[in-house]
Design a protein around this ligand. Sequence first.
Ligand SMILES: Cc1ncc(COP(=O)(O)O)c(C=O)c1O
Length: 368
Amino acid sequence: MKWKKHLYTLKPYQPGKPIEDVKREFGLTEIVKLASNENPYGYSPKVKKVLKETDWQLALYPDGGAVNLREAVSSFWGVNANQLIFGNGSDNLIQMITKALLAPGVNTVMATGTFSQYSHNAILEQAEIREVPHVNGRHDLEGMLAQIDENTAIVWLCSPNNPTGEYIRQEELIQFLDKVPDDVLVVFDAAYYEYVAADDYPALIPLISRYKNVIILHTFSKIYGIASLRVGYGIADETIIRMLEPTREPFNVNSVAQRAAIEAISDQSFIEECKQRNREGLQAFYQFCEKHQLSYYPSQGNFILMDTGYKGNEVFHYLLERGVIVRSGEALGFPTSIRVTVGSDEENALVLKELEGFLQARIGETAK
Ligand SMILES: Cc1ncc(COP(=O)(O)O)c(C=O)c1O
């Protein structure tokens, strides 16, 4: 058959092993999954209530314009309704953006060691990918600027960056945006925005009116805790939204997701509490790293990339056999690291206990 040749270079997304399979394989009763940066506290009680009490009318198509959700999100951010676009997760927005702008002969600039879907979708559109090595887990914005030419259509910024947790500072972002040509779309993926505690993280909404070539991506999958329902959105000047809209599937966000997201965004005290607990959880990881002299990046997200000095896959398997699922850094471009989602206090204590066991076993082996 006449498959696009680029499809041969892509692997399908590898989902983690189902929890039940891991239990059976290793004879475990409890599994702790800290691999996908989900919220260990789930979602707001307001979401729970509406999920339980609504008659969902599932025979009907959802509202393709997401009118009520649009209203809720636009008033939350103080932007116009026509400055928003909704996706079946922000993955879906990444797809729409690449579909709208990338093609053979066009290039796209991103950091190495960043969210994989930017390059995955660029390959599908047969565009050239220009990756700029990160510097200490941070995007090298000057290096990225140097890669932009007249054939560049998109620059991807991920901040906080998955998997390093590092972030782009306000001042460096402005300096960067001032130099990016007007006809290059800058995608600022802020999937972990709500976890950020740094004072010099950029103010995102003012960017939209100042730069007509910037889109900000947000998701309800992370701190809002409804990853399974799939809702993300983009905020940009209406001229960008107008061009992206025709690439959107008409009913891409389902009714349950739309309604749940409205409740989720209305409960900011839940978000504040999750953010606080996440900051406390991160401290436990930092202390562990310092005690064992492991290098790590300070994180503005709900995950931490820790360099154990041993192969990521080896550490991953050791932890898996003991019922803890993390991400090996090998596939993420950090071969001796693991990325661990910050869980509840008990989950964090468990992963750190097992990791300590791993390190001691290895030190014991080298001492023999
Ligand atoms: C940086 C980043 N962007 C986007 C996504 C996609 O999120 P979703 O499609 O669930 O909104 C993720 C998920 O891990 C992510 O880490």
